[in-house]
Design a protein around this ligand. Structure first.
Ligand SMILES: Nc1ncnc2c1ncn2[C@@H]1O[C@H](COP(=O)(O)OP(=O)(O)OP(=O)(O)O)[C@@H](O)[C@H]1O
Ligand SMILES: [Mg+2]
Length: 273
């Protein structure tokens, strides 16, 4: 049995932790996101899908407080993120973990020191507590044995897990992942999925995961949003979205080229088969 199936759906919380209202993004006069409304529920794994370039990373950056939208708002636990006082914004950010593409580990520091870094930078905890906490986080992702290694000696999957340990160093309520299984073989990708699922089910951390990887999305998601042409094409429980009859959804989920393809090369470029 997968960990994802271990907790009955009925026991999951339905309280909204993050709400996006009418999110709109323009870059140099071009609309990328066009009036996105969604809510992320406390305790769920929320997966963001859509073709390459549709604005998934941009959405994530809006949701986690890194990029104000051109229009619209984001609130976290009822606080408007982009009008919050600096101190509140700082506190909200501390409750948020990030594991983004390119968020590499520092090559000159051991795995343990990489995980300890956010604790050193944001707390005045004693050294013994910092090290014990960093070790615990590594243990949570199954990497305690690699604590003293440099990142260059880790496999791709171990690097991802170390980055996850660093993202949860400060006990965040919510963690945002951008393509956590990019570049991994299917077995290693499944190991990373299992870590994400375990942290969600066992420790209750809300997870927001952008992924291109359909098996991963299916394995970890409680709910899914699919973005197409800057808008929400589908949003809801995993199985409902997976079987949505909308032909454009079917094209995306089944990775087919539409019979009458008005989008031409755009679609071909975005298919990763
Ligand atoms: N800071 C920026 N300035 C200008 N254009 C940007 C900026 N960030 C993103 N874009 C553009 O916005 C669009 C959406 O980008 P985004 O990175 O959010 O897509 P994505 O869905 O994450 O793509 P991928 O699946 O390839 O990671 C792209 O056309 C991109 O070039
Ligand atoms: Mg992206």
């Amino acid at each position: 049995m997968r960990l994802a199936d271990a907790v009955p759906k009925g026991r999951r919380n339905t309280e909204d932790l993050v709400r996006a209202v009418a999110l709109t993004t323009e870059f140099h006069g071009r609309t990328v996101l066009d009036g996105i409304d969604l809510a992320i529920r406390r305790g769920e794994v929320f997966v963001v899908m859509g073709p390459s370039g549709c604005g998934k990373t941009t959405l994530l950056r809006h949701l986690c407080g890194l990029l104000p939208p051109t229009l619209g708002s984001v609130s976290v636990a009822g606080h408007d993120l982009y009008s919050a006082a600096p101190e509140l914004l700082h506190n909200l950010r501390l409750r948020t973990g990030l594991s983004f593409q390119g968020g590499a580990l520092l090559g000159s520091l051991s795995v343990l020191e990489n995980v300890a870094l956010p604790l050193r930078e944001n707390t005045d905890l004693p050294e013994s507590v910092i090290l014990a906490t960093a070790r615990m986080k590594l243990d949570m992702v199954g990497l305690l044995h690699a604590a003293e290694l440099l990142p260059s000696s880790l496999s791709g999957g171990m690097k991802k897990r170390a980055a996850i340990a660093r993202a949860i160093a400060l006990d965040p309520e919510i963690v945002y992942f951008d393509e956590p299984s990019a570049g991994l073989d299917p077995i290693t990708a499944a190991e990373v999925d299992n870590v994400i699922t375990k942290l969600n089910k066992v420790f209750g951390i809300t997870m927001v995961v952008v992924t291109h990887d359909l098996p991963s999305a299916h394995a970890i998601a409680d709910r899914i949003v699919v973005l197409l042409d800057g808008k929400v094409a589908a949003l809801g429980e995993r199985d409902r979205v997976w079987h949505d009859p909308n032909p454009r959804l079917r094209d995306f989920i089944e990775r087919r080229l539409p019979a009458e393809d008005s989008r031409g090369m755009d679609v071909i470029t975005h298919l990763e088969v």
